[in-house]
Design a protein around this ligand. Sequence first.
Ligand SMILES: NC(=O)c1ccc[n+]([C@@H]2O[C@H](COP(=O)([O-])OP(=O)(O)OC[C@H]3O[C@@H](n4cnc5c(N)ncnc54)[C@H](OP(=O)(O)O)[C@@H]3O)[C@@H](O)[C@H]2O)c1
Length: 256
Amino acid sequence: MTDIERILVAGASGGTGSEILDLLADADLEVRALTHSPEKERDLNERGADEVVVGDLLDRDDAARAVAGCDAVLCAVGTQSARRMLVGDLVDGEGVENLVNAAVAADVERFVMESSLGVGDSREQMPTPFRLVIRRVLQAKNRAEAALRTSGVSHTILRPGGLTDAPPTGDVLVGEGGATVSGSIPRADVARLMVAAPFTPESENRTFEVVSRDGLRGRARGLVELDWRSPTETSIAVEESNGESPAESAGETAGE
Ligand SMILES: NC(=O)c1ccc[n+]([C@@H]2O[C@H](COP(=O)([O-])OP(=O)(O)OC[C@H]3O[C@@H](n4cnc5c(N)ncnc54)[C@H](OP(=O)(O)O)[C@@H]3O)[C@@H](O)[C@H]2O)c1
């Protein structure tokens, strides 16, 4: 068992963050939501956050304020403006690094980061044209991943494929090792894994690539099976590796 009582959800107003808030509404945990948009404070309270902190992760003091007194961090922040993707500091890089440093200083027990396929050794899992367009964001996320790995905080990094707003499938393919899976996944499925990670000892200090089974593109390699332990009742199915994609295992050809 963990001693996690209070969780910070960074990016709580975003697509994945909102799904996380919905899941945590059923858990016996104190939930603090972070937004850098003051006008969203009320919405976040109405969505079930026990507490809302308004702050910008690009500001170190705000990052420290956000995480103070929390036992775990679920970080689902990301750059939303196309202009910002081209110029200036990125929350995906500097912002997450500030949060990691603040988490170290605050003795946070567990840090879960939503990164992306296309980062680091998962480079080839994102189609090249898209990778080129968001190159700065991917580089920033790569730096943030590295900062988290060397921070000393117990962590899990999830690299989802293309995010959709479809309902959760509860059927996720989890790869480990970079060149594993490619495709898409509902934000709601990613949220389930993020919520479960702090309560899943097996996920500690590991980096996973994730897509939903029905979002898989091409062949899957390096699949791993974990006993995800959600603090809510939601069950999470994952596919064990046999070196083949599920479609191939069933004698079908996985389409590109
Ligand atoms: N789109 C895709 O297909 C895709 C694929 C793989 C991975 N990802 C990654 O997955 C993550 C989640 O994506 P999403 O689409 O679910 O999220 P999203 O809807 O884009 O939400 C991003 C969140 O980041 C917060 N944020 C941005 N700048 C901030 C700052 N300076 N300080 C504090 N918070 C800040 C925003 O909060 P406020 O506006 O409330 O301040 C917002 O809630 C991102 O890291 C994204 O890059 C995306």
